[in-house]
Design a protein around this ligand. Structure first.
Ligand code: APR
Length: 243
């Protein structure tokens, strides 16, 4: 019997996703040869210091990514929808922790989602901390609807050097999950890259689904390599067969 078959219906599942799960929907990853960090320097567009020195460049970087995300041609793919189906049928509960700031998991039907690196569809005011949904562009002249401040609005996205969101909840869920599934992430950025070891130490069965072996690939009990739209529906089917 494969270890996966020892997973029982009441066992909670924690899923970590990265940019690879959105690649087949048409959104770029970060570290693939055609990725975002091949076109932009992190220190120019994704740090608090960058926002201090050149807010327009940072805001324009996220304006471009938001308009890409809102392009009607960009849709959730079979990997997103398979995870939503898993959440709907798995009795033990499924928590989706995503490093992605796009909204494809929501649009794919997932409900229990933690965006540990924030969300492109939300802004935050540096003056009053108000977080609001918005769809258009941000500029240094943008005004906070809550406190009226001008120039204090930033994307509600976690930058390098900042603490990811909801870490306490994520770590407690990592202690409870019996299956840890990592999808479409290179394992380059901590703390997310350390989740597999955390889950494994707490007794979870750990599986990596990725196009290629990630930086932390050797920590997983089981790995499958290929496109997410093939691997994820197939793996979700295996879990459905356990019921
Ligand atoms: N199916 C599955 N995996 C894929 C696919 C695909 N179709 N295409 C690419 N991948 C894999 C790549 O092989 C790579 O291992 O997805 C991974 C993407 O890795 P990164 O580009 O590093 O993205 P990610 O791991 O999400 O980055 C983590 O780094 O820059 C920060 O905040 C940013 O959240 C991001 C974090």
């Amino acid at each position: 019997m494969s270890v996966l078959e020892e997973i029982i219906h009441s066992d909670p599942i924690l899923i970590l996703t990265g940019a690879g799960i959105s690649k087949e929907s048409g959104l770029s990853t970060f570290r693939d040869p055609d990725g975002i960090w091949a076109k932009y320097r992190i220190e120019d567009v994704a740090t608090p210091e960058a926002f201090q020195t050149n807010p327009k460049r940072v805001l324009d970087f996220y304006n471009v990514r938001r308009s890409q995300m809102n392009n009607p041609l960009i849709k959730p793919n079979k990997a997103h929808t398979a995870l939503a189906e898993l959440e709907a049928f798995w009795p033990g509960g499924v928590l989706l922790v995503s490093q992605n700031i796009d909204d494809l998991h929501e649009r794919g039907g997932s409900k229990k989602i933690i965006h540990m690196h924030g969300e492109l569809s939300k802004s935050r005011c540096n003056n009053c901390d108000e977080i609001t949904y918005f769809q258009d562009n941000l500029s240094p002249e943008s005004k906070c609807d809550h406190c009226g401040f001008i120039g204090s609005i930033r994307p509600n996205v976690v930058w390098f050097g900042e603490m990811p969101l909801h870490m306490e909840l994520i770590l407690s869920e990592l202690g409870l999950c019996r299956l840890f599934l990592s999808i479409g992430t290179s394992g380059n950025v901590y703390p997310a890259a350390g989740f597999v070891q955390e889950a494994r130490q707490n007794g979870a069965f750990t599986v990596e689904l990725n196009l290629e072996k990630s930086e932390v690939g050797s920590y997983f009990h089981e790995s499958h390599y290929g496109p997410a739209t093939d691997l994820v529906p197939e793996f979700v089917g295996k879990l459905r067969d356990l019921l």
